[in-house]
Write a protein that binds this ligand. Structure first.
Ligand SMILES: [Zn+2]
Ligand SMILES: [Zn+2]
Length: 319
């Protein structure tokens, strides 16, 4: 059942001494993510894919720098979302108006680039030929993680264009307009699932765990004892690549910068990237580069809770 926070409770939560929501800063977000992907690519088993992802994120950075100023938020929308504990601008119903132009510009920038796998050429042509309604339909499929095999390769490109629009719009919001959405495991701005969570360092957010939205890059606080998928406080454990074969589960070496947080209640896992271990970790980049950990988790009872926006896989996800 949905629990709606009462005004008194909201005030109490607003007086916590660290930010409950960290809105994205697209100017640095994409730049730092691209740099991280390049850093992780060196000597990596999937170096070519990470370099392609880095190039994709660089294109996002260029497009974000010239993205149109988002329309101001309607006060009624903020009030209604706050009253009902719902995400402010649910992604599927609020696709960024200019996202088709962003996608076409992204395709134009990347077409023929040496970092782009040759096999993607037909995907570029296919996407370039779609009209706006067809692209909107595809965007909604991608956001719902409901993609057919034939559209799999297009998904990261679609998601990259959407992320530019969603992050730009989220960046223009005021934190006071961002509701306490229920469940707390979805983005309070756009309602999408987090790609991973991140333990932040520095400033007021230091030492706190945030879930990082796969679509708009908003981060929202969640205490570490809770599962980021079902909010259970029982049976949350960690598993790292270096703990392979360790028994019993949950005796993770917490010095690893990327750990899989597993939950005995909902039988899913989602990664936690730790800035205390490596200040340059990025939730999207490090999740992508830690694919070995996903392979390891594939042999366990835990299913991946949600996908990485820059990698489309056929593997069924937890629901
Ligand atoms: Zn979001
Ligand atoms: Zn759970």
């Amino acid at each position: 059942m949905q629990r709606i926070l009462q005004p008194g409770e909201i005030e109490a939560l607003d007086h916590i001494d660290f930010p409950r929501v960290r809105l994205p800063q697209p100017a640095t977000l994409f730049q730092e993510r691209a740099a991280r992907l390049r850093q992780l690519a060196d000597g990596h088993a999937i170096a070519d894919y990470l370099r392609f992802a880095a190039r994709l994120v660089e294109a996002q950075q260029h497009l974000a720098s010239r993205a149109p100023t988002p329309a101001p938020l309607d006060a009624g929308v903020a009030r209604q979302a706050g009253t009902h504990g719902m995400p402010l601008l649910p992604a599927s119903g609020n696709l960024p108006p200019a996202w088709h132009d962003t996608l076409r510009a992204l395709l134009a920038e990347l077409k023929g680039d040496i970092a782009v796998p040759a096999g993607l050429a037909p995907v570029f042509s296919h996407l370039a030929a779609l009209d706006n309604p067809a692209l909107d339909a595809l965007a909604r499929q991608v956001l719902a993680d409901n993609i057919g095999r034939e559209e799999l390769a297009a998904a990261p490109l679609v998601m990259a264009a959407l992320q530019v629009g969603f992050a730009t719009r989220a960046a223009a919001l005021s934190v006071k307009d961002v509701p306490f959405a229920e469940p707390a495991t979805i983005c309070p701005v756009c309602g999408c699932a987090p790609v991973a969570s991140v333990l932040r360092i520095g400033g007021a957010a230091g030492g706190h765990r945030y879930l990082h939205c796969s679509a708009c890059a908003t981060e929202w606080h969640m205490v570490r004892v809770k599962c980021s998928h079902c909010e259970s406080t029982r049976g949350v454990r960690y598993q790292g690549v270096q703990d392979a074969g360790a028994e019993p589960a949950g005796k993770a070496d917490t010095r690893q910068a990327v750990l899989a947080e597993t939950c005995d209640q909902c039988h899913t896992y989602r990664k936690l990237v730790n800035q205390e271990q490596d200040p340059f970790v990025d939730p999207v980049a490090d999740d992508l580069a830690s694919i070995t950990l996903d392979l390891l988790m594939g042999d366990t009872e835990f299913a991946r809770a949600s996908s990485n926006p820059l990698l489309a896989i056929e593997k069924p996800l937890a629901v």
